[in-house]
Design a protein around this ligand. Structure first.
Ligand code: MV4
Length: 489
């Protein structure tokens, strides 16, 4: 391909364009009226305004994106994450227009978009799954039978759901009927599909996912895991690679299982297979995300593989340039998602202008962002400002770099989740690696946040310095020999 269109905005649009340009491919940006001056627009070789700010009048207009690609002579479309990235119909339309969709075929997107279809597709491959049903529950009787078989508590999930939407925990058998009815009607109104299924509830799991790459010729490799257990209300906050709990054996087994999941749906491109891991390191297949993920940089840092470059090469029909045995983990990487949300005010969205925006820089620090100083954070889209990624030889080194980078990240005009990141990286449960998906719920509160972000001393020193410099002529500070104060004159 000589030119591709990036059907996205913000940090991921920039991220994709950088790899494409490195490969000598021209890039077309699309933008809404809210993103006229955005960095992804300025970075691109060509840019086209596709509509007003709301996503459903701009970034979600598949036909328009295809039309723009065709009119400018782009040969492929990269969807990024979110928006149309997991829309099977869009993938199909792109192909029907004679363009290359930089991602999997509609078939794989469709199957993995439905949790029951996904379970069905992988069931002949010996992939561990949470005990429960692998078909939609038809009636209360069936639900009760399953609950009795696997034991309470159980979790009711929507087949069309994902990311925690429409899940219900049931602790007592007498609640099962009522919760079932609610789950079905919720799923029906949220997804237009009321099918639900039941799984045994894994009480203290870790959320660990495996990155896979599959070429169009049936070759599939995995690029190890990302630990994503630190999340708040199903929104990931800190991710890392590798996970500090996996043994080489479990890692290899999970990797192998992920490769089989990809093979089961004839996957092509970069994908992520999600697992729950319990305290005994049993792992269970949850779902597959058929896109490039937000947290892909931690995998890039520990493997040295440019995942976007591989996506593009795979889409062009190239063979994978490495075999499984060529891939190794080197070092440790962390990612903190920096949102324009106020952790001191219940993570309320904080809209405004980035009056000060200075990135941390240095060895082992990567910032993937889509904003510059002076820009407004638009209210129409995801409130993520940036991803702060740090790398070190060891987990401790990566954590320390993260704490230093948080200190060196200067953002004013909007509240951000940087202080929350500091809280996490300093917490004993995090530094020791002893945490699960309940970390935030278990340890986070306003007092703890304030405790880890005490700045009174810093501000007292700043105030003292200012009072001193303002009044030094009147103060007649004695020149005490050996004191550094004299150099302030
Ligand atoms: C579970 C579970 C416990 N047991 N399934 C939430 C998102 C969706 N992808 C699956 N999720 C869960 N499924 C069983 N059988 C606990 C969760 C879960 C969770 C999973 C990953 C990361 C964060 C989570 C937070 C709460 C619940």
């Amino acid at each position: 391909m000589k030119k591709i269109l990036v059907a996205n905005r913000g940090e991921i649009a920039l991220r994709i364009m950088r790899s494409a340009r490195k490969m000598g491919i021209k890039v077309v940006a699309v933008f809404s009226e809210a993103d006229r001056n955005a960095p992804h627009v300025r970075f691109a070789d060509e840019a086209v305004c596709i509509g007003p700010p709301p996503s459903n009048r701009s970034y979600l207009l598949g036909d328009k994106l295809i039309e723009v690609a065709l009119s400018l002579g782009a040969e492929g479309i990269h969807p990024g994450y979110g928006f149309l990235s997991e829309n099977a119909a869009f993938s199909q339309k792109v192909q029907d227009a004679g363009l290359i969709f930089i991602g999997p075929d509609p078939y794989a997107i469709e199957i993995m978009g439905n949790k029951l279809a996904a379970k069905d597709a992988v069931k002949s491959y010996d992939i561990p799954m949470v005990p429960g049903t692998d078909t939609a529950i038809a009636n209360i009787q069936e639900a009760e039978d399953i609950a009795r078989k696997v034991g309470l508590p159980v979790l009711i999930k929507a087949a069309a759901g994902g990311g925690g939407k429409g899940m219900r925990i049931v602790h007592k058998e007498e609640e099962l009927g009522e919760q079932m009815e609610r789950a079905v009607s919720e799923a029906q109104s949220a997804f237009g599909d009321g099918s639900v299924f039941i799984e045994k509830y894994i009480a203290s799991p870790r959320h660990i996912e495996i990155q896979v790459l599959a070429d169009a010729h049936g070759n599939v490799v995995h690029l190890f895991e990302r630990e994503c257990s630190i999340q708040r209300r199903h929104q990931k906050v800190v991710e890392e690679a590798p996970s500090s709990i996996l043994t080489p054996e479990v890692r290899a087994d999970m990797g192998q299982a992920a490769v089989m999941v990809a093979k089961a749906c004839r996957y092509k491109g970069a994908g992520t297979v999600e697992f729950l891991v319990d305290e005994q390191l049993n792992f269970y297949f949850l779902e597959m995300n058929t896109r490039l993920q937000v947290e892909h940089p931690v995998t890039e840092m520990i493997t040295g593989v440019d995942l976007v470059e591989q996506q593009i090469r795979i889409a062009e029909g190239e063979l994978l340039p490495f075999r499984q045995e060529d891939l190794h983990i080197k070092g440790h990487a962390l990612e903190l998602r920096v949102y324009a949300e106020d952790p001191y005010d219940n993570f309320h969205p904080s809209i405004g202008t980035l009056s000060v925006y200075r990135r941390p820089k240095g060895e082992g620090i990567r910032v993937d962002d889509g904003f510059d100083e002076g820009m407004d954070i638009p209210i129409y889209y995801d409130p993520m400002i940036a991803k702060l990624i740090t790398y070190g030889e060891t987990r401790n080194a990566a954590i320390h770099r993260m704490l230093e980078a948080i200190e060196d990240y200067h953002i004013e005009g909007v509240a951000t989740t940087l202080p929350f990141g500091k809280f996490v990286c300093e917490h004993e449960a995090f530094t020791s690696g002893q945490f699960d998906t309940h970390f935030v719920q278990q340890y986070f509160n306003l007092e703890a946040l304030k405790e880890s972000n005490r700045e009174e001393g810093y501000y007292a020193a700043l105030l003292a310095l200012r009072l001193y410099t303002e009044n030094k002529r009147r103060l007649h500070v004695p020149d005490v020999g050996g004191s550094n104060w004299k150099y302030f004159r």
